[in-house]
Design a protein around this ligand. Structure first.
Ligand code: 13P
Ligand code: SF4
Length: 347
């Protein structure tokens, strides 16, 4: 039963004490997040992993790329586990290392040595490694602007993987025009751009988050019509038009903090993953809060981490077996760490 599963988590947590650390991303289910030692957005969870020197077992409640990042940033004798190996990220899956290498060689032919690669942390360790090896860095939704500015201090142009929307929204915010942004299509291995290619400043990888692409201009129009007083806050993985018509945009932490800081009685429509929106609604009974899209689904891969998988993983650690260890090859990890550290130094 649920009670038995919860009791088992408590038992293992008590038994292992500081040897066990459970970070949880804000999109995790309540049944899991209640047991997290820390919760956070991608940046905070990466920083906490880098700082934690004590835990022997890090059971990452999030998705695969987050657990890989934790493994890259922790010491060799610290083990990172993902309670369900099927907890991937459809956006991270939109860029593989072979596509990236092919793209890079074509882009270098077109633009010479004028490009720097930046990758959203929502990408494989192999891509982070490629980016680190080529002088670039990772970014998260809470430091993307700072990192894009940093990239332009190094080179004239940048390749932004794999989320076109975060890339476009961020570049737009620092004054890059939409007609200075091209799209790299990894399925065709070609650049989509109408105009003089000398004018290209940002090359956006044609990837997206299937959860955040569901928020539309029509959703915004309906909220504005039905609740004219309501503020609209969205994640920058939403399309440019949606972000442009919203009042505020930022990472999951940014969204949480904006609503925490708002006064009782204020009204919000939130454009991000459903588990987080539901939790925010529960935590603020004094505010009127809705999802920007009433038919919103949760992130299905984040949801693969549930209480039974958490218990199964903890059981295996308790019994000395330790299933679902995430171990990034050290050759890959070395360059990926460079990309992550360039970001952590700026954050
Ligand atoms: P943040 O928590 O960093 O905003 O990331 C959102 C997300 O989609 C993670 O997969
Ligand atoms: Fe990936 Fe989107 Fe799910 Fe985040 S919300 S893990 S970007 S699919």
């Amino acid at each position: 039963t649920k009670d038995e599963l919860e009791a088992r988590v408590r038992e293992v947590k008590e038994k292992l004490g500081n040897k066990l650390y459970i970070p949880g991303h804000h999109y995790q289910k309540d049944e899991v997040i209640q047991f997290a030692d820390s919760t956070g957005d991608s940046l905070k969870l990466a920083q906490l992993s880098a700082e934690n020197q004590d835990a022997e077992h890090i059971v990452f409640c999030g998705v695969h790329f987050m657990a890989e990042t934790a493994d890259i940033l922790t010491k060799k004798d610290q083990k990172v586990y993902l309670p369900d190996m099927r907890a991937g990220c459809s956006m991270a899956d939109m860029a593989d290392i072979y596509q990236t290498e092919r793209a890079w060689s074509k882009l270098v032919q077109m633009f010479g040595e004028t490009i720097l690669p930046l990758t959203y942390v929502n990408s494989t360790a192999a891509i982070k490694s490629f980016v680190g090896e080529h002088g670039g860095a990772t970014v998260t939704s809470s430091n993307a602007e700072k990192m894009v500015r940093w990239a332009f201090e190094q080179k004239e142009r940048l390749l932004f993987l794999p989320d076109q929307h975060l890339g476009r929204n961020t570049a737009f915010n620092i004054g890059i025009r939409l007609d200075e942004m091209a799209i790299w299509n990894p399925l065709k291995d070609e650049l989509e751009f109408e105009g003089l290619i000398e004018n290209v400043k940002v090359i956006l990888w044609k990837g997206h988050c299937s959860v955040h692409e569901n928020f539309t201009v029509e959703n915004i129009r309906q909220v504005r019509e039905t609740y004219p007083e309501m503020k609209i806050i969205v994640h920058p993985e939403c399309r440019r038009e949606v972000v442009g018509l919203s009042d505020l945009a930022g990472s999951t932490n940014y969204i949480i903090e904006a609503i925490n800081a708002s006064s009782p009685g204020s009204a919000w429509a939130i454009g991000t993953e459903m588990n987080l929106v539901k939790r925010i609604i529960q935590q603020h009974p004094d505010k009127q809060i809705i999802s920007l899209n009433p038919h919103m689904c949760p992130c299905l891969t984040m949801n693969r981490i549930d209480l039974p998988h958490l218990v199964w993983c903890l059981d295996s650690i308790d019994q000395g077996e330790g299933h679902n260890v995430i171990e990034v090859d050290e050759v890959v990890a070395e360059n990926a760490r460079k990309a992550l550290n360039r970001m952590l130094e700026q954050s």
